[in-house]
Design a protein around this ligand. Structure first.
Ligand code: NAP
Length: 283
C-alpha cells in the first residue's frame, strides 16, 4: 500500500512558515501585497482566485482583487498591469488564466514586471530557471518539489518521466527535476509507446488534463506517482490524471486529487510573494 502524499499538510507547513516571516516583516512596517486580476466569469477561475485571496489573508498579506468584465479590452488590461507594476503596496501580480477570447495572454504576461511575476511565467524568469539562477519558481512544479522534499523522496539519479510539456507545468517540472540531478524524460501526445517510457519511471509526474489517463499498467512497481491533473470524471467529480484507486496498489507513494498538488500551488504562490516583497525592500 502506497504512502498517500498529503499536499494539504505540506502546504499548511509552507504557509505557516510564510505567516511567521510575514509577522516579522509587518513589525518592520512592511506588508507583502499580492494583486490578483481576474477577467470574465469562468467559474473555475473564480474558485482559484477566492482560494488565493483566502490564503493571502491567512498569512497576513495585503490582497487586492481586480475583477474585470469579459468585455475588457487588451489596452485596459495592460493599463491595469502597468499601474500595478508601479504600485508600491503591491509586490506580486498574478493574472488568472485562461483569459477570455480576444485577449492576448502572452502580451499580458510579458507586461508584468519580472520582479513582481510571482507565477514565474515571464520569459525572463523562465530563462533564469533554465540556467538555474532564479528568484521565483513556477508555483505548481515548485509545489511538487516541496512535497518530494517533505517526504524525503530523493530525485538524484532517479529515472523521472513527465507526461505533458506545457509551459506552466510540464516543461518547468522537467527542469526542476533536472536541477536535482534526475534523469528526465518529457513525454507528450506525439510520444510513441508511452507506456514503455512511463514504466521506466522511478518518479512519474502526470500533467495531461485527461481524467484517470495513467493506469496501473503504465506504472513501475514501487514508483512515486505525482498527479498534477485537475479533471472531472464521468460523474462530474473532481479527479486527477491518474487512476488513483488502481495505481495506489502498485506504487510506493502517490498524490491524491484533491488534496495533493493543488494546495501546494497556492502555498508556493505565497512563498513567491514573500520573496518578491523581500527583494523589493532589499532584504
Ligand atoms: P495543457 O497545457 O493542456 O498540456 C497538456 C499536455 O499533455 C500537453 O503537453 C499534451 O501534449 C499532453 N498530452 C495530451 N494528451 C496526451 C496523451 N494522450 N499522451 C501524452 N501526452 C498527452 O495542460 P496543463 O496546463 O499542463 O495542465 C495539465 C493538467 O494539470 C490539467 O488537468 C490542469 O487542470 C492541471 N493543473 C493543475 C494545477 C494544480 O495546481 N494542481 C496547476 C496547473 C494545471 P502536446 O503538447 O503534444 O499537446
Amino acid at each position: 500500500m502506497a504512502i498517500i502524499i498529503d499536499g494539504k499538510k505540506v502546504s499548511a507547513e509552507v504557509k505557516e512558515q510564510v505567516r511567521i516571516e510575514t509577522e516579522e516583516l509587518i513589525k518592520k512596517g512592511i506588508k507583502p501585497g499580492l494583486a490578483v486580476i481576474i477577467v470574465g466569469d469562468d467559474p473555475a477561475s473564480r474558485v482559484y482566485v477566492n482560494n488565493k485571496k483566502k490564503a493571502c489573508e491567512k498569512v497576513g498579506f495585503l490582497s487586492k482583487e481586480f475583477a474585470l468584465p469579459a468585455t475588457t479590452t487588451q489596452e485596459e488590461l495592460l493599463a491595469l498591469v502597468n499601474e500595478l507594476n508601479e504600485d508600491k503596496e503591491i509586490n506580486g501580480i498574478l493574472c488568472q488564466l485562461p483569459l477570455p477570447k480576444g485577449l492576448d495572454e502572452k502580451a499580458v504576461i510579458e507586461a508584468i514586471s519580472p520582479l513582481k511575476d510571482v507565477d514565474a511565467f515571464h520569459a525572463s524568469n523562465v530563462g533564469k530557471i533554465m540556467i538555474g539562477d532564479y528568484d521565483f519558481l513556477p508555483c505548481t512544479p515548485a509545489g511538487v518539489m516541496e512535497m518530494l522534499h517533505s517526504y524525503n523522496i530523493p530525485v538524484e539519479g532517479k529515472e523521472c518521466v513527465v507526461i505533458g510539456r506545457s509551459n506552466i507545468v510540464g516543461k518547468p517540472m522537467a527542469m526542476l527535476l533536472l536541477h536535482e540531478n534526475g534523469t528526465v524524460t518529457i513525454t507528450h501526445s506525439r510520444t510513441k509507446n508511452l507506456k514503455e517510457v512511463t514504466k521506466r519511471a522511478d518518479i512519474l509526474v502526470a500533467a495531461i488534463g485527461k481524467p484517470k489517463f495513467v493506469t496501473a499498467d503504465m506504472v513501475k512497481e514501487g514508483a512515486v506517482v505525482i498527479d498534477v491533473g485537475m479533471d472531472r470524471d464521468e460523474n462530474g467529480k473532481l479527479c486527477g490524471d491518474v487512476d488513483f484507486e488502481n495505481v495506489k496498489e502498485k506504487c510506493s507513494a502517490i498524490t491524491p486529487v484533491p488534496g495533493g498538488v493543488g494546495p501546494m500551488t497556492i502555498a508556493v504562490l505565497m512563498k513567491n510573494t514573500l520573496k518578491a516583497c523581500k527583494i523589493q525592500n532589499n532584504l
